[in-house]
Each structure stands twice: as structure tokens, then as C-alpha cells.
Design a protein around this ligand. Structure first.
Ligand code: CP
Ligand code: NVA
Length: 325
């Protein structure tokens, strides 16, 4: 049984020498579940150390070069990966635009293999990332696809752990579009023993295959998964409330239809007040104020959105150390 909500256990701290860094068995981070449970725990511990003592790791990627492939715009992911790599002593090359239009993905992967030490890719399709990982012998990191945003979920979990200590038994509510951010958050939160409630409009629910994986994780961790179309039910008593844009990158042309479909799913003060008094507000950013969240909520003292953004840097350093360092 998870401890009662609000029980504050500090994460275990083990100081790891850089040469004994934990490794990721499969060598890739194409999706959340590429990290085994113990690897996720190790990554969160390593993140704490990297955040507290960045200088200890300033040469860990010396002589290592990463390929950053971005098919879509980015502020946080691109800047934090570039900074993370540089602050670990390595360097990166950025290419933007479609991957695999000019030549087959299998050739892109096998070219990058000859020059660099890892691939970080933000793509429209998860299949692009999976294909790169299939053909490349380098670690491949998902920097957001249509299906997952696993680096974001790592930062979100780390942020919640910093705020609450042990997460088991706490309730995290997601209100909005059941796509990439919601998928990754659902899988990661349930693994940490958090109860997860998601409310989406009809037709925008989480993918059935991912829900099935989430149910299996919940059965192991003892956490509860609740799926509905009712934002009040999802948020009720939650320690954390999360939302994301209503029209993700690649869906901008559906904006008008989505504004109507999501109208009852705004995280405003009235909805947020139904959460626990100690609740925090999370958003991956960028946010559309006045749509999925009001200015009042995102600018409130309970908002931790910039902690999340900062922690992107620290968790990705830990990830790079575990995959490449
Ligand atoms: N949260 C996030 O991934 O932001 P960017 O799209 O700016 O990278
Ligand atoms: N769901 C959003 C997340 C942006 C970080 C998108 O895919 O555009």
C-alpha cells in the first residue's frame, strides 16, 4: 500500500562517482517505458546530484557530440538539450526541418552514426523516432513526438518530488488533450505510485494501448487510474493539476473546432479551487492563456511551471549521463 497522501519522504540520496553512473539497459529513450523502474529511480537520484553539484559533471561528455534533429519548433527542449550537452563538456549540431524527406531515415541514421555519439529528435511521428532507433547504433532520445514527451515527464516527476517528497498516494489530475504530454505523464506518475485522473472531451481521450500499459503499471504500484470526461471529478482533492495546449503542434488547423470541443476543460480558479488546498499547477509550456489555463492560475503562487522548465535541464543532463556519459 502506498503511504497516505502528503506523507513526506525525501528521495534516497546516494553520491555516485561519475565512473559508476547508472546505465540504461536498452540504450535508447524513445518512450517513457524504455527506462526500467529502477533506472527511473536512479535517474531521479542522479538529477538531484547534477542539480546540486553541476561542476562534478562538467567534463563527463568531453569529446562527445550529439545530433539534434528538430522537425517542430521548440524553446525549452532545444535550449535545455544544447545547454545540458555544453555544460557536461560536449557539443551538439542542430538540424531543423523534416527528417527523412530528402533521403530514407535508415540512411540519415547510418550517416549520423559515423559522426556523432547520440541523436535527440523532435518529430511529428513516433514512427520516425522508432525508425531512427532501429537503424542507428547510437542512443536515440525522444524530444517529443505525436505520441510521447518522455523528457517532459521526467522533469514533471522530478519537480513534484522536489515539492512533495515521496509521491506515492498523491493525486495528479490532467485536464485537456489526451495526447503526447498526457500519455507520458500518465505512465510516469503511475509508476511513481501517484493516483492519476484524466479528464478529456469525447474524442480526445488517451490512446487505448497506452491506457492498457498504464493500467498494468497501476496494478504493480498500487496506484489508481481514473479516466473520465469530467474535469471536476478529475481535479477533486488532487495535489497537482496539469494541463497542456488544446491544439498541439501539427493540429493548429483544428484550432477553431478544438476551442469549441475543449471549452469546458479550462483550468481556471473555479476548477482549481476543487483541488486540495496544497495543490500545485503544472503546464509543460508553451501555454495559451485564456484557453486551457487562465492567467490567474498560471501566475498564482501555486504554479510551478518555471520549476518544471528549469528541471528540464537537470533531468536531461542525468539522462545524457546515463545514456552517453
Ligand atoms: N515543454 C516543451 O517541450 O517546450 P518546447 O516545445 O518549447 O520545447
Ligand atoms: N502537446 C504539445 C506539447 C508541447 C510541448 C504539443 O505537442 O505541441
Amino acid at each position: 500500500m502506498p503511504p497516505a497522501a502528503g506523507t513526506s519522504l525525501k528521495p534516497v540520496r546516494r553520491m555516485l562517482a561519475p565512473k559508476t553512473l547508472p546505465k540504461v539497459e536498452g540504450g535508447n529513450f524513445t518512450r517513457d517505458l524504455d527506462l526500467a523502474q529502477d533506472e527511473l529511480v536512479a535517474l531521479l537520484e542522479l538529477t538531484q546530484q547534477v542539480k546540486e553539484s553541476p561542476a562534478r559533471f562538467s567534463q563527463s561528455l568531453k569529446g562527445q557530440y550529439l545530433s539534434l534533429l528538430f522537425e517542430k519548433p521548440s524553446l525549452r527542449t532545444r535550449v535545455t538539450f544544447e545547454l545540458a550537452i555544453k555544460q557536461l563538456g560536449g557539443d551538439s549540431i542542430l538540424t531543423t526541418g523534416p527528417i527523412g524527406d530528402r533521403e530514407p531515415l535508415k540512411d540519415v541514421a547510418r550517416n549520423l552514426d559515423r559522426w556523432t555519439n547520440g541523436i535527440v529528435a523532435r518529430t511529428f511521428s513516433q514512427q520516425t523516432i522508432d525508425e531512427l532507433a532501429h537503424w542507428s547504433e547510437l542512443p536515440v532520445i525522444n524530444a517529443l513526438s505525436d505520441r510521447f514527451h518522455p523528457c517532459q515527464a521526467l522533469a514533471d516527476i522530478f519537480t513534484l518530488q522536489e515539492h512533495f517528497g515521496d509521491l506515492a498516494g498523491l493525486k495528479l489530475a490532467f485536464v485537456g488533450d489526451g495526447n503526447n504530454v498526457a500519455h507520458s505523464l500518465m505512465l510516469s506518475a503511475l509508476r511513481m505510485g501517484m493516483n492519476f485522473s484524466i479528464a478529456t472531451p469525447n474524442g480526445y481521450g488517451a490512446d487505448a494501448e497506452i491506457v492498457a500499459q498504464a493500467e498494468a503499471l497501476a496494478a504493480v504500484s498500487g496506484a489508481q487510474l481514473a479516466i473520465s470526461n469530467d474535469p471536476s471529478e478529475a481535479v477533486s482533492g488532487a495535489q497537482a493539476v496539469y494541463t497542456d495546449v488544446w491544439a498541439s503542434m501539427g493540429h493548429e488547423h483544428e484550432q477553431d473546432e478544438r476551442l469549441a470541443d475543449f471549452a469546458q476543460f479550462q483550468v481556471n480558479q473555479k476548477l482549481f479551487a476543487q483541488a486540495s488546498d496544497e495543490a500545485v499547477f503544472l503546464h509543460c509550456l508553451p501555454a495559451k492563456r485564456g484557453q486551457e489555463v487562465t492567467d490567474e492560475v498560471i501566475e498564482s503562487d501555486q504554479s510551478v511551471v518555471f520549476d518544471q522548465a528549469e528541471n528540464r535541464l537537470h533531468v536531461q543532463k542525468a539522462l545524457l549521463l546515463m545514456l552517453i556519459g
